[in-house]
Design a protein around this ligand. Structure first.
Ligand SMILES: [Zn+2]
Length: 185
């Protein structure tokens, strides 16, 4: 038994009683040390699923975690858009602030909008990127001959571009709101 516990890298002293007359005590098996912790409990009870392909892209070491967290909200559609408001029953007309040709939803704002396509064209030319940037999956593709540094710069550019487009959308929304407020006065 001791060999099995040692093979599992568990703390032998913390798992087996040396003397049978010692009092019993609880051992937390999910942790290899046998000790209970919030971290090991969380890992035990959380649901695990396959890692999405954009996970390592947005949580790159070259991206500030605050930016990564914001982009995660964008990807998960966790930010306030008119399309999201419609999805929960709010009745309103959704319109892209940049082109007025599409609806106000994240995928359109970041990738489909004609304004966004013009914005993505600039880094594609600078990086000599032949890949399309019609969505995040396409934008994550890198050229085979790019060095690790260029790949990191491209990752930073894509994530930064997504945030810039979202912030531009918010600025336009605020500006329109202010204009409407002035007109109503
Ligand atoms: Zn647009």
């Amino acid at each position: 038994m001791a060999k099995i516990i040692e093979a599992a890298r568990m703390d032998l002293n913390n798992t087996l009683k040396v003397d049978d007359e010692d009092d019993d005590y609880m051992v937390w098996c999910p942790d290899h040390n046998g000790t209970f912790s919030v971290n090991s409990t969380f890992n035990e009870v959380r649901g695990r699923s396959n890692e999405v392909e954009w996970c390592s892209f947005i949580w790159s070491s070259v991206i500030h975690p605050k930016v990564s967290a914001s982009v995660l909200k964008l990807i998960r559609n966790g930010l306030a858009t008119e399309a999201r408001a419609q999805s929960i029953g709010v009745s309103l007309a959704s319109c892209c602030r940049a082109c007025y040709n599409g609806e106000d939803y994240v995928t359109y704002i970041l990738w489909k909008c004609s304004f966004a396509q013009v914005i993505w064209q600039w880094p594609r030319q600078k990086f000599k990127c032949t890949k399309s940037t019609g969505n995040l999956k396409q934008a994550m593709r890198v050229e085979k001959d790019w060095s690790p540094l260029i790949k990191q710069m491209w990752t930073s550019t894509v994530v930064g571009g997504m945030m810039a487009l979202w912030q531009q959308r918010n600025s336009m929304t605020l500006l329109i709101h202010k204009l409407l407020t002035v007109i109503n006065l």
